[in-house]
Design a protein. Structure first.
Lengths: 171, 130
């Protein structure tokens, strides 16, 4: 099983950028623990920043994978920047924009921004900057070998592509 | 106008501060990237990307670090680099001082070749070639 943290891909421009959205909902158990009520404070459910980074990694990972028709095993290797200036409560929509800054045989560097959209007003607010580095692990420097099948881009990712109106490899 | 050696060092220093989260005063000429500054293998990819941006140069895979030599059985025996392997490393790493490594030749010691000065020399040679 893999936890998918984006709901829909809005745009996918090969080798350039990917836009995805995520609706934050109280149906997700994790929000009930993050943060629970204390003796002095009522509960404050917000999507954890670590999962916002994961959602960006999935958005940017699809972008990097798509650049090579999903033939590479694209693994998140480094969080270069993660700067947050707002929180993500339930009922808001998060919009992830990932752009490729650099890509070569060894891996890729991406830059990304996250916006928080209030669906009641349509107003958008800057929530985070998240820059990442991905490794094409079959071309890693340590010479380690990995299984032949692509365990990164599974059907779950391809299902999101299909449901968003894009055609994954093999249709 | 061409960058001076000091200019190159300053920019390399900033790249390493940003990529490795090191302090300015830690990034001295002789500092070893792995042993002294805590670099991990993926950091080298980050460093290459940042150097390209900072100096507006293109660095091919394996150009700064000849990664495939140490994975090649014809150049490594029992965890040590062979004479042929050393010859290839010297040819591929004109920007590095491999004499110290030649004494041990242990693959595990290879990363110690990469000091801040190695990176400065590498960038300088790229800039000189234009």
């Amino acid at each position: 099983m893999r936890w998918i943290w984006i709901d829909r891909i809005l745009e996918l421009e090969r080798g350039k950028r990917c836009l995805a959205i995520k609706n934050v909902t109280l149906a997700e158990d994790v929000l009930h623990d993050h943060f629970r009520a204390t003796a002095n404070h009522p509960p404050q459910p917000v999507m954890p920043n670590t999962l916002i980074i994961e959602a960006m990694a999935q958005t940017a990972g699809i972008l990097v994978g798509h650049a090579n028709d999903f033939t590479e095993k694209v693994i998140l290797a480094k969080i270069t920047t993660a700067r947050f200036c707002a929180v993500a409560p339930p009922g808001y929509c998060l919009k992830f924009t990932a752009q490729i800054e650099r890509i070569d045989a060894a891996g890729a560097a991406t830059t990304g921004t996250v916006e928080r959209i209030d669906v009641a007003t349509g107003k958008s607010q800057h929530l985070a900057d998240i820059d990442l580095i991905f490794s094409h692990i079959d071309k890693n420097m340590s010479g380690l070998e990995f299984p032949d099948h692509n365990f990164v881009f599974t059907d779950q990712f391809f299902d999101i592509l299909r449901q968003s109106g894009f055609t994954p490899p093999g249709g | 106008m061409a960058l001076t050696q000091d200019d190159v060092f300053s920019k390399v220093q900033q790249v390493l501060v940003d990529a490795l989260g090191a302090d300015d005063d830690e990034v001295t000429t002789d500092a070893k990237l792995v042993a002294d500054l805590g670099a991990e293998s993926i950091d080298f990819l980050d460093i290459v990307f940042r150097l390209e941006k900072a100096f507006n140069i293109k660095i091919e895979q394996g150009e700064m670090i000849p990664d495939n030599v140490l994975n090649d059985p014809q150049y490594v025996t029992d965890g040590k680099v062979t004479d042929n392997g050393m010859a290839v490393l010297r040819q591929r790493l004109p920007h590095a001082n491999v004499d110290e490594f030649d004494a041990s030749r242990r693959v595990d010691d290879f990363v110690d070749i990469f000091t801040v000065n190695t990176i400065v020399q590498f960038v300088q040679s790229k800039l000189d070639k234009g």
